[in-house]
Write a protein that binds this ligand. Structure first.
Ligand code: NAP
Ligand code: GDD
Length: 330
């Protein structure tokens, strides 16, 4: 039975990847941060279903705690390591640049070092990001496009991306970068724009909220479904040689277009509810992202399965159910 070690297992992708690998028969070992309040809500269903049989195991750790990472990897001896942990909010990275950078650079460094020194051949997946491109114009971006980071988050991710290549080339390690474009789901953090919108649409439609305040409505993103994207992570580690792959839908939509579709689902016009505030604009913006996943399609056989419209609908419907429960509690 294969063992996977997943950092950031309590995050959006952590849930979908764990579910995907558990269905394949993997044993999961995931790290969570100790927190004074519960931070495992996304993975509670996996804990209740799989922890007693030893298929889903959690450990306290932090990407800044190098010794805990190396102790865990040496103890567990996983076949695959998926490094998903990060302070993943771009706007927050401007406010907390030091913390964001340390987590996304020292964490991967610690993981790559312990894997390099391990007697076991362990495969490594690094969660790279389309943010690294900087997205100035509407060009289609692929593995050969130039990186031009616009935030502390993106600069730190680029360091980790390059470091993964350095270890791959220098030490003959199976280390890959998945350059994933934005991917969303009903489990997306509530301060990312898609989920902020779908939460608000649901609450407004049920009379629980009156307005929604956002930042740049003209920004465009290539938005896919997280459940489709975790399959690509696994496929990368099954390929015959390590490399870097772009994972994207090949379509880009603006925040306005997202708003339009999301509000239409509940029969409302977004222009009557949406305000903008400087508070949600960033010191530097990534205006446009659209990815070309041709290489992943050819080499990994990966393709996105969920359309943009279906993604928005899935998120709005899930948030309506959530808000109905909220309404009952009031
Ligand atoms: P997410 O929902 O924000 O999850 C991040 C995970 O990292 C959470 O489990 C979080 O724990 C954990 N974490 C944060 N700081 C940590 C630290 N110092 N030590 C250990 N764990 C820490 O992010 P996601 O959307 O699942 O994304 C997964 C990864 O892919 C991230 O590295 C992200 O930067 C990258 N990525 C995401 C996208 C996207 O569109 N979703 C696209 C490209 C790349 P808590 O639950 O305790 O906060
Ligand atoms: N979060 C947020 N909140 N974004 C807003 C808002 C708002 O109120 N209003 C407009 N936006 C715009 C942002 O300025 C940005 O251009 C776009 O919506 C998307 O913002 P986010 O949803 O925060 O995602 P992101 O694209 O910055 O970053 C996500 O995708 C990256 C991959 O490209 C994150 O998941 C990163 O971790 C990931 O690497």
């Amino acid at each position: 039975m294969s063992k996977a070690f997943i950092t950031g297992v309590s995050g959006q992708d952590g849930y979908y990847l764990s579910k995907y690998l558990l269905d394949k028969g993997y044993e999961i070992h995931g790290t969570v941060r100790r927190s004074s309040s519960i931070n495992t809500s996304r993975i509670d269903s996996l804990i209740s279903e799989f922890s007693e049989t030893g298929k889903f195991n959690l450990y306290y750790s932090d990407l800044l705690d190098q010794s805990s990472l190396s102790n865990l990897i040496n103890l567990i001896e996983p076949d695959e390591v998926y490094n998903l942990a990060a302070q993943s909010h771009v706007a927050v990275s401007f406010k907390n640049p030091s913390y964001t950078s340390q987590v996304s650079t020292l964490g991967p460094l610690a993981l790559l070092e312990v894997i390099k020194n391990s007697k076991k051949k362990i495969k490594y997946y690094q969660a790279s990001s389309s943010e690294m491109y900087g997205g100035k114009d509407d060009k289609l971006l692929d593995e050969l496009s130039l990186f031009d980071p616009k935030s502390p988050y993106a600069a730190a991710k680029l360091f980790a991306h390059n470091l993964t290549k350095v270890y791959r080339d220098s030490y003959d390690m199976f280390a890959v970068n998945g350059i994933l474009f934005n991917h969303e789901s009903p489990l997306r953090g509530e301060t990312f724009v898609t989920r902020k919108i779908t939460r608000a649409v649901a609450r407004i439609s049920l009379g629980l909220q009156k307005k929604l305040t956002l930042g740049n409505l003209d920004a465009c993103r290539d938005w896919g479904f997280a459940g489709d994207y975790v399959e690509a992570m696994w496929l990368m580690l099954q390929h015959d040689k390590p490399d870097d792959w772009v994972i994207a839908t090949g379509e880009s939509f603006s925040v306005k277009q997202f708003l339009n579709i999301a509000f239409e689902i509940v029969g409302l016009d977004y222009e009557e509810y949406v305000l903008t505030s400087d508070k949600y604009f960033r010191p530097n913006e990534v205006n446009f992202l659209k990815g070309d996943a041709t290489k992943a399609k050819k080499e990994l056989g990966w393709e996105p399965k969920t359309s943009f419209n279906d993604l928005v609908k899935m998120m709005v419907e899930s948030d309506i159910e959530l808000s109905k429960r909220e309404k009952v509690l009031l």
